[in-house]
Design a protein around this ligand. Sequence first.
Ligand code: SF4
Length: 509
Amino acid sequence: MTVSNDNQHQDSVAAASVAGVDCHGGREQLTRAAEAAGNGELLAKYAADYPRGPHDQPQSMCPAFGALRVGLRMRRTASVLSGSACCVYGLTFTSHFYGARRSVGYVPFNSETLVTGKLFEDIRDAVHKLADPEHYDAIVVINLCVPTASGVPLRLLPKQINGVRIIGIDVPGFGVPTHAEAKDVLAGALLKFARAEAERGPVQAPRGGRSERPTIALLGEMFPVDPVTIGGLLEPLGLAAGPVIPNREWRELYAALDCVAVAAIHPFYTASIREFSAAGRPIVGSAPVGHDGTAAWLDAIGDTCGVARSQIDAAKNRVLPTIAKALSNSPIKGRITMSGYEGSELLVARLLVESGADVRYVGTACPRTEWSEADREWLAARGIHVQFRASLEQDVAAFEEFRPDLVIGTTPVVQKAKERATPALYFTNLISARPLMGAAGAGSLATVVNAAMGNKARFDDMLAFFEGVGTGNNSGIWTEEPVDHPEFREMNRRKMARQAAKRKAEEMM
Ligand code: SF4
């Protein structure tokens, strides 16, 4: 890497100042360092794409996991991390916990390689060694927090080596709020690369050949049955379901860009939508969930693609009675609050409401975008509070306020509910792993939701049986009954107050 002395110094200062910082503190320090290292423009772009909400710190897993997962799911794609060893350990562990069947590459660093710029050289060497076209179509390199804050310039990596594409992205926890949006960072970068290739000349056709009917590309990770169901809904409109982005194979990117319109099933894919828009593809928000959602979605897709009104109505008449019947055959009775970080929370809430559930609160860690507006309006019209960029505190407050029969939420919310003998389901594992679209989705939630609510009596029994055991200071295993010492807490509180006052006085001197 060739850099001027001034730049090198600036990089060194930035790198040295962030080497020991992690996501439990130091957001401002990392942000300042990243700006000083020349990444201010990138952070401004992330701030525009992924606006922050009431909380400015990830409250779920490391955001980079989203990008890593997208890379690991792609065939003939190598994923390489550049970051602190502890972050890489956690990300690798989580990847394999979730069944990644590919290795995670890692380029380690220390203070010296970070400060001198040698880390970039090491990454470049690693990428050169890995770039074997026999095995790979693409290599994805992900800068985590510290290398992003230090300005390790992945953009200077070669774009291709031996025909293997090299895609470098920065996914810092202090710039990308959720792991959902980190999926978009990589998906957007892949689409951008593929779009440039398609503009330069002919590209690979899809594995099964081009669809005879115009296609609708689908944005967002879905249960595998959902794209098939959507294909069935599109058929009477003379359309077909295109690839799902995030995709599983490089050539699907071209097929996705070749669509007539994009269905933003998950509404937070801002960078990906930018690429589709640049390719001239219109975007349709919401999704075909439940009766009303499917009707509105078919209208929107049909109108966007210039389908005749009679054909749209025929498509609706074909499917809507089946959906209505499936919903009435699987009723849900009970009050529910729900929250999650997948991006499909509003769609699930619509389905629950149409199944008869009394939904009071929907929290999503994702931001408000124009692609979820129809769902927000539909829910708001039914008096349901929708909280974008919901914090854990807001999700818990909703549970306290509405006293639901069932909580659907993230791990800590579910834990809180179960402690209070309220049945609860994890959104990610138990709800988003089910079909949601069309007739297959209608009624698919009832079994799991009703079974969970039916467990209330068991929770009450357990609470009564364990009453007072293992809570607060008594949790854990003790040989003697613990004795609380409030005077120690008071002593520490006074000590810390004295220290804070002393620091303040020193600052003013
Ligand atoms: S890379 Fe992830 S785990 Fe590491 S400091 Fe950043 S947000 Fe935290």
